[in-house]
Design a protein around this ligand. Structure first.
Ligand code: MTE
Ligand code: CO
Length: 430
């Protein structure tokens, strides 16, 4: 489904409008079944009475698909871009189809992409990683050299600082793929950056790193030494296999919990220095402009955030009233998620959701709220709280603190308006 092209600053309907129209009156009350087809009703169901092709004919043999791909019936599960946002396909962004996914791991082929100069197609045998600057011994590593350092595996989310940026001034894009899809979460295999820096011998005056990409944008970002020595990885695998070209093959920097812009892809050089570098034009945009024209600097950590992925505009309720599952994602650059609350009525009442599966620091967390839908309209919201005690703010609170000039670091609470027919729309309440 294409996004609705609502480029105006028109905010969604207000909570007052919902109150006056009586939309908030209902909610979830009726107890009904799980929707299993009763045997009487199923009597004439051809899915039972007819023998299907797949039950009759031999299927394709092993290795008919040497690299497996999803079922043909899952062809809608794809990355998408927003046409009016994609001025050039090389310097642009695609979005993860969050509404189609479950659990916490993003499949490699569905990770959103953000490139400033297109995808670099690198021959790993010709790729080198150099460490120079304030080090005792400048070093150049081949991919083979990197493989000889001790390896680690970690699950981390990567979120672009511009995720939800188009929503700063009001509800705009109809689907969590577009409002929140600049995030992915995979298992990385790599070497601690600390080991490589130790090998080169960092001088006492060294305080900053300038990693650089091998793509045509030669993307760079200044990273403080404490972070580099703490938990940064130089990663060559994602979800067990080589990084995809889109994600920086053969090697990328992993900067856990910090804005995606710093996770340099196609990593070819790390310069060590004693102060941050002047950012280039393209990357200097990653600064948050406040209402008075001044800027917030060094906003590296991605704040606590969550979104309901289903139901959502691209994933309406299509089974009618009764038992239903609300499913969503929460994450924080500060560590683990402690709790997620869900509201069915635009933030008046909250219920604690069920966090399910592993809870890993700086990774996505999956939450569910199982409920009975009585068929009345809902204003769905989720609010995450992280282990550092940060609570996800409302969009109003965020704008009161930061104005509406910003694009970056929008972690405000998202509202989905579920209508009586089960369709869902992006709205705002205040
Ligand atoms: N690294 C290089 N070399 N070139 C780039 O254009 N884009 C950055 C970062 N690293 C970029 C880069 C931005 S803004 C983001 S959000 C992440 O990569 C996106 O990573 P992904 O494409 O794996 O989702
Ligand atoms: Co980015």
């Amino acid at each position: 489904m294409p996004p609705q092209n609502r480029k105006t600053d028109r905010p969604g309907p207000s909570r007052r409008q919902f109150l006056s129209s009586g939309l908030l009156a209902g909610g979830a009350a009726v107890a009904t079944g799980f929707g299993a087809t009763r045997s009487a009703a199923a009597a004439g169901d051809p899915a039972i009475t007819e023998i299907q092709d797949w039950n009759r004919y031999l299927g394709e043999g092993v290795v008919s698909r040497p690299y497996g791909v999803p079922s043909q019936f899952e062809s809608q599960v794809i990355r998408r871009d927003v046409e009016w946002l994609t001025a050039s396909r090389e310097s642009s962004v695609s979005f993860t189809p969050l509404h189609e996914l479950d659990g916490i791991i993003t499949p490699n082929g569905l990770c959103f992409e953000r490139h400033h100069a297109g995808i670099a197609e690198i021959d790993p045998s010709k790729h080198r990683l150099m460490i120079n600057g304030l080090v005792d011994t400048p070093l150049v590593f081949t991919m083979q050299d990197l493989m000889r350092f001790p390896r680690e595996n970690h699950v981390y989310f990567l979120e672009c600082a511009a995720n939800s940026g188009m929503e700063w001034r009001g509800a705009q894009l109809n689907g969590c793929q577009y409002t929140h899809g600049m995030v992915h979460c995979v298992v990385y295999t790599g070497v601690r950056l600390k080991h490589l820096l130790d090998e080169a011998g960092v001088k006492p005056s060294a305080k900053w790193l300038l990693p650089e990409g091998a793509d045509a944008s030669a993307m760079t970002r200044s990273i403080p030494m404490e972070k580099a020595l703490d938990d940064c990885l130089v990663a060559f695998k994602m979800n067990g296999e080589a990084l995809r070209p889109e994600q920086g093959y053969p090697v990328r920097l992993v900067v856990p919990g910090w804005e995606g812009n710093m996770w340099i892809k196609w990593l070819r050089r790390i310069e060590v220095g004693d102060q941050p570098w002047q950012q280039r034009e393209e990357t200097s945009k990653y600064t948050d402009l406040l209402a008075n024209g001044t800027a917030r600097r060094f906003t590296w950590v991605m704040d606590v955030k969550s979104v309901i992925t289903s139901p959502s505009p691209q994933a309406p309720i299509n089974h009618g009233r009764g038992k239903a599952v609300i499913s969503g994602l929460a994450w924080s650059g500060n560590g683990r998620i402690k709790r997620v609350d869900v509201s069915l009525d635009g933030g008046r009442n909250w219920t604690t959701a069920r966090l399910d599966g592993v809870s890993l620091p700086k990774a996505l967390h999956r939450f569910y709220l199982d409920f009975d839908w009585d068929g009345s309209p809902l204003l769905l919201q989720s609010r995450a709280i992280d282990e550092a005690g940060f609570v996800q703010p409302t969009k109003d609170a965020l704008r009161a603190a930061r104005g509406s000039n910003s694009i970056y670091h929008n972690n405000g609470i998202q509202t989905w308006h579920v209508k009586a027919d089960g369709t869902v729309e992006n709205v705002e309440v205040s």
